[in-house]
Design a protein around this ligand. Sequence first.
Ligand SMILES: Cc1ncc(COP(=O)(O)O)c(C=O)c1O
Length: 397
Amino acid sequence: MAIRDDFPILKREVNGFPLIYLDNAATTQKPQVVLDAMNDYYTSSNANVHRAVHTLAGEATEGYESCRTKLKDWFNAERAVLTSGTTEAINLVAHSWGRANLSEGDVIVLTEMEHHSDIVPWQMLAEERKIELRYVPVMENFTLDMDAYAASLDGAKLVCVVHTSNVLGVRNPMEEIIELAHSKGALVLVDAAQGVPHERIDFQEFGADFMAFSAHKMCGPTGIGALLIHPDVFETMQPFMGGGDMIETVTITGSTYQTNEHKFEAGTPKIAEAVGWCAALDWMSKLDLQKEHQRLIGIGRWVAAELRTLGMAVYGRHEKHDSAVVSFNHPTIHSEDLAHLFDARGFAVRTGHHCAQPLLNRLGVSGTVRASFYLYNTMEEAELFVEQLKQITERFG
Ligand SMILES: Cc1ncc(COP(=O)(O)O)c(C=O)c1O
């Protein structure tokens, strides 16, 4: 498989066995072009951005800003703030938009499916401002209760929804969710951390007001992500973090701020990471993402069916637009033990609550084993994974 050749890490062994990396919902591996781009940047262009006039500073600025340009192009977005990841992007909305627009008695609608990074910032704000948080329940079929969602919108100012669940792989009906929220006058923040690796979203057509995601879930580096903001909302938002680079003028009596995205990017930004993300986007743009997604969900569906046949409790539905994430529990072997047994044979899978404790509470479990497939994973690896599970069950089950 040609894609695999681009990922040097896939050639390594773990505990004497070829690595089979199935922890892609946590983070994805990086193609050589990303490693080279970051290395080249530090080797030949390293400088700080936006300020100095020397050649290196110009190259660094161009590298950093071209990431923003590429993101705007990739997502058809007018405003793209570079953050440290999805988590910081959501916190930015809570601080900059939330603090300016929400007060006692206001309502934010969340779902039981959210990652902690789309719950905790709102709980903090709710405590500070006495805001009401309403959670849309997850039903037995692993989807959101859309009737409850519609009913929860009365008086809501903001809806925060995960595009695709990192535990279930379920892709939520975002278009319907956004339309309904807007019809009731609420803005919408989409946590697209697990969505953008699988689906090329046109932000303007999508219609959300905020969309947060991380580079490292789409073959880019850790430490960088983005917040796309609808331009009308962007104009109304003030920075919450002050410092260098985000100002226009500073005197001892006060400061004025930049009016573009820089107003939210105080301090020295993630320059090498931006350069690496550019390389990842270039690399991904050569793929047919839709075709790859169909191949991966095919693998996910097959694994989920096999696991059910083997008596596992599988959480998720694995339909056409869902991601290839298979969360499950063994009837007799604890999830942590199972993950260790897999690791002993070179398989990397995730266990625990996946930073989604409310969802796991809803499922009635404290943890699951999660195998998540991405661009470089093959059907052969999926078969080996299922075979390994059979062998573990025969020996320890
Ligand atoms: C759905 C979802 N939201 C948010 C995050 C947080 O992303 P980051 O840690 O890159 O900020 C993750 C990461 O696992 C995620 O899966």
